[in-house]
Design a protein around this ligand. Structure first.
Ligand SMILES: Nc1ncnc2c1ncn2[C@@H]1O[C@H](COP(=O)(O)OP(=O)(O)O)[C@@H](O)[C@H]1O
Ligand SMILES: [Mg+2]
Length: 215
């Protein structure tokens, strides 16, 4: 469904990604792991249109999305959840999840759909909490639910478990498992492979700018 072909990216003459090739099929959860600075965020940002690759192509369902603007990539159904979440702080959890839906629905309908999502993930008790009052783990859930709300073709999750304690990491993982069981495609980056060993179906290691499939 998503194909990355011969993608390379340098910053100031330093090669960060060289000739990256991989594919994600519909419904697959792919794990990409590598140490800090190995280029995980850069790779996801290139896919999301937030960085421009020096060369190579990103193909989504036979469509070349390489040179699209970030919002056009979102419209194509590729959503990037930031490592550091950026909620609307003065809005509630529910309103934050509803916001991306307001492009397609009136406010009441968007709030209703957002409520349905919170129910599905058993997060109703957070609905009316202002984003600025959420814990780090709750803010992370919010960022990911906001990405999920638009029913994307693929979600790009950049180190979703980084900086979460075990309890919050397990809670987030249980939500991601529900999404996976629904057939939601995802790419998840991590510097700790173990945490996604039972979530991803395939793994790639990013090292020295190159990507390798791992068992
Ligand atoms: N916009 C940028 N300008 C210059 N260098 C960058 C930029 N973004 C990332 N880098 C560098 O690219 C390398 C890979 O960064 P990153 O993709 O964030 O790695 P990771 O997410 O695996 O920690 C790092 O050395 C980082 O400093
Ligand atoms: Mg990163």
């Amino acid at each position: 469904m998503l194909r990355v072909k011969n993608l390379s990216k340098s910053f100031n003459g330093f090669v960060i990604l060289k000739n990256i090739n991989f594919e994600v099929e519909r419904g697959e959860v792919i794990g990409i792991f590598g140490p800090n600075g190995s280029g995980k965020s850069t790779l996801l940002k290139c896919i999301a249109g937030l960085e421009k690759p020096d060369c190579g192509k990103i193909i989504l369902m036979d469509r070349n999305i390489t040179d699209l603007k970030p919002w056009e990539v979102v419209d194509a159904g590729v959503v990037y959840a930031f490592q550091i979440p950026r909620p609307f702080k003065s809005m509630s959890f529910l309103e934050n999840v509803a916001t991306p839906l307001m492009r397609f629905h009136d406010r009441d309908k968007a709030l209703k759909l957002a409520w349905d999502i919170l129910s599905k993930f058993e997060l109703e008790d957070l609905a009316n909490r202002k984003a600025e009052k959420l814990s780090q783990g709750e803010t992370k859930l919010l960022e990911i639910l906001r990405a999920y709300a638009t029913n994307p073709n693929i979600m790009l999750l950049d180190e979703p478990f980084a900086s979460l304690d075990m309890e919050n990491a397990l809670r987030l993982k249980s939500k991601l498992k529900i999404m996976k069981e629904e057939g939601q495609s995802m790419i998840i980056t991590t510097h700790r492979r173990k945490i996604i060993s039972d979530l991803a179906v395939r793994f790639y290691k990013l090292e020295g700018g190159s990507i390798h499939a791992e068992g």
